[in-house]
Design a protein around this ligand. Sequence first.
Ligand code: NAD
Ligand code: UDP
Length: 385
Amino acid sequence: MARVDLDGNPIKPLTICMIGAGGFIGSHLCEKLMSETPHKVLALDVYNDKIRHLLDPEGLPWNGRIQFHRINIKHDSRLEGLIKMSDLTINLAAICTPADYNTRPLDTIYSNFIDALPVVKYCSENNKRLIHFSTCEVYGKTIGCFLPKDSPLRQDPDYYVLKEDVSPCIFGPIEKQRWSYACAKQLIERLIYAEGAENGLEFTIVRPFNWIGPRMDFIPGIDGPSEGVPRVLACFSNALLRREQLKLVDGGQSQRTFIYIKDAIEAVLLMIENPARANGHIFNVGNPNNEVTVRQLAEMMTEIYVKVSGEPALEVPTVDISSKEFYGEGYDDSDKRIPDMTIINKQLGWNPKTSLWDLLDSTLTYQHRTYAEAIKKTMSKATAS
Ligand code: NAD
Ligand code: UDP
């Protein structure tokens, strides 16, 4: 049966230039595009470990529809040619782990702003459509967090729900270098928006709200540096796998809404295949129903990991740590992130499905299956030597 878009029109096979295709989101998007659509992917990245299973030249049903190009977009003259060959460019490339924002602010700003500039320029000059990955961090802090602690207005959604076309972007002072990422992302959003307004660039901007699932980041000492600090899902998974306490930064009081990567990828596919509905829009993509404090997340992951691994929890599973000790000088945090879903709902009819419990259950099952043996081996080696 011919695949049709939301307006009933047949979907033409596309060639997609996907930059950052070897990362967490890219790997899931490539998988989806290969298994459920006829589209071709030119997959650009400096790494391909997370998509290697899709690249095997023989025996895969999508043989030839995905092509890996090992390219660092900072300096590679092949970039423009690949964008020209494609109908659509999706830019996922970024430094996007909070531990880097205050410790490598220059790399963070270059990666999220300067390195994205040629991509925008080539799309604009060659009349190619662009889907650019921004972040929910462009909202920064909520208005509500500046109210007195006992103010009843803190309960009013107008003071915390984040709306694409209404909410301001509220960052901390420059010396809080945490905000280097958010600020670079905000400026590239503004540039893309201006290219749309002044030069007719067809664009869609995606603001992911804590997408999580298998293949996110790395487990330190196993498939990433021992001293590396990934995002919270991998930090907590690592601690559970090693039977260490989960560290709660500044008491784990910050709130997040987590969405299952597979739900979020459905939204991206709708954007890809419904340009008339997605162009010119900025979309929040998150799950407003899955809100927890980081402390609650730690407790839930601990409980689920007991079930998945069959091992009892530590007597005291969590420990508080100051942000200065965990991330170093210049860290700051978003207090609360609830996405408003009105725009994506209206334009694409999309809603997230998976509960936090279910998505943690499948993700921790994956983490256990993938890493438990390797961790045991490295830990027994360490005690033997
Ligand atoms: P990721 O780090 O797993 O993926 C990014 C990929 O880009 C990596 O594979 C990396 O090698 C590649 N890359 C970086 N610089 C490159 C360069 N110069 N040349 C070529 N490739 C380069 O991160 P992710 O979670 O998949 O995030 C993808 C995008 O979504 C990023 O722009 C990020 O800011 C945004 N985002 C993600 C989330 C989330 O919840 N996962 C939240 C907010 C924003
Ligand atoms: N965090 C934590 N312990 C960890 C890692 C992260 O308490 O081991 C906190 C972090 O301070 C933040 C939240 O978890 O409040 C989410 O962090 P993440 O790295 O996933 O990125 P963010 O949502 O801030 O972009």
